[in-house]
Design a protein around this ligand. Structure first.
Ligand SMILES: [Cu+2]
Length: 208
């Protein structure tokens, strides 16, 4: 067994928990690292690629299946932020499965162009927020290619300002699906944190 140092009270708690769940050092280490590793959020309506991985609808996803809330990248999209082709994974190479178009076969949520819609986020930590912005691909987008900025309509079709407020742990943004869309598209939701350099990226496949 590897040993590691932590304060006596934490060690006692970790040992008790580890004994309870029977995972030994793995559980104890998870307790120590959890506060920074598990805090953030993802969209589940329309369902995002990371949530499709987490709920096992889609397999061969790699580590994102264990932490769908962790697609965190630099903020400032589209001027800054993740590189083209790495947007859905927030520039994380370990989450590259989210950028893989899988031949255009990601499960797609049926939606109606121009219809009102409840866009929903689930958070594991509700950080102070600048805003939420929702982008959609242009007509003629090729779903067999990884997402790039050029593939998106340049303006978000929905933007919700928070001015530093914290969203509820489950948050719904009432909006309208973009008009004039047909066929398969990708919606990119960007949650910009107010008091860090970071934002969260969430890609959802939809079928208009
Ligand atoms: Cu966080």
């Amino acid at each position: 067994m590897r040993s590691f140092r932590m304060p006596r009270t934490k060690r006692a708690a970790a040992t008790a928990t580890a004994t309870t769940v029977g995972l030994g050092v793995v559980a104890a280490l998870a307790l120590v690292t959890a506060p920074t590793a598990s805090s953030h959020g993802y969209t589940d309506t329309p369902i995002s690629r990371q949530k499709l991985c987490a709920n096992k609808t889609v397999s061969d996803c790699g580590p994102i299946q264990w932490e769908p809330q962790s697609v965190e990248g630099l903020k400032g999209f589209p001027a800054a932020g993740p590189a083209d082709g790495r947007i859905c994974a927030g520039n994380h190479s370990e989450f590259a499965q989210l950028d893989d178009p899988r031949g255009g076969a990601w499960p797609a949520t049926p939606v109606t162009s121009g219809q009102s819609y409840s866009f929903r986020w689930q958070f594991t930590a509700n950080h102070s927020t600048t805003d939420f912005r929702y982008y959609v691909t242009k007509n003629g987008w090729d779903p067999t290619k990884p997402l790039t900025r050029a593939a998106l309509d340049p303006q978000p079709f929905l933007a919700v300002a928070y001015n530093g407020a914290r969203p509820a742990m489950t948050t719904v943004h009432q909006g309208t699906m973009p008009s004039g869309k047909t066929g398969r598209h990708l919606i990119l939701a960007v949650w910009t944190v107010n008091d860090t350099p970071m934002a969260f990226y969430s890609c959802s496949d939809v079928q208009f």
